[in-house]
Design a protein around this ligand. Structure first.
Ligand SMILES: [Zn+2]
Length: 221
């Protein structure tokens, strides 16, 4: 029988379980999920990197991973793993990137079955209008992770304060509410009225390539 090891890590969102096999991290168990049945044993490197992530000091993970699923699920998880830190995408966009534009429900289901949440950042996949759809750890945890990474305000942070913080970190950032598909400079009055998670773009060209038009008020392009 295969040997698996289990360890736990305290984080700002609660106790996270790590299930590790001989080829790497097999499963990350979020706070409200059932514990795995395995022998106690640490994954010090995964614990260290996750602690750094929660401290805001790490943006990518460098770990041996052993996610187990069907070939289709593995394809979806690989694509999810490529979503950069601090960015969000939609189920529809993910399906298009996989060359399966009509399979967004199957893609969404595979995303929901991701055995390595946080490391394979399924929390960066949101509904088409930016709504935080289901998450194994709860939508509150999803909001926390997106607040930590930046695309969402942190708990209690108003949209204006969030915009000012993001602009200070990256002055060239452009913001595109999904409801309008119009992109703005962060200083535009329209970008301070966000109620849902918007798209973030590094350049006008990126925004246009994603199907957004330039705002006529702040003229970001
Ligand atoms: Zn604007």
């Amino acid at each position: 029988m295969e040997r698996l090891w289990w360890s736990e890590l305290g984080t700002p969102v609660g106790r996270i379980g790590l299930l590790t096999g001989s080829r790497g991290l097999v499963r990350i168990v979020l706070p409200n999920e059932p514990d795995a049945d395995a022998a106690p044993g640490g994954n010090a490197e995964a614990e260290r990197q996750l602690a750094e992530y929660f401290a805001g000091e790490r943006r990518t993970f460098d770990l041996e991973l052993d996610p187990r699923g069907t070939p289709f699920q593995r394809r979806v998880w690989d694509e999810v793993a490529a979503i950069p830190y601090g960015r969000t995408t939609t189920y529809g966009e993910l399906a298009r990137r996989l060359g399966l534009p009509r399979a967004h429900r199957a893609v969404g289901a595979a995303n929901g079955d991701n055995p390595l949440p946080i490391v394979v950042p399924c929390h960066r996949v949101v509904g088409s209008n930016g709504h935080l759809t289901g998450y194994a750890g709860g939508t509150g945890m999803k909001a926390f992770l997106l607040g930590l990474e930046g695309p969402l305000p942190r708990a209690g942070e108003l949209p204006m304060a969030w915009t000012e913080r993001r602009t200070a970190e990256q002055p060239s950032l452009l913001i595109g509410p999904r409801s309008t598909h119009i992109f703005c400079r962060p200083t535009c009055r329209y970008s301070t009225r966000l109620r849902h998670v918007p798209e973030l773009f590094d350049s006008p060209a990126e925004a246009v390539a994603r199907g957004y038009r330039a705002c006529r008020v702040c003229q970001p392009a």
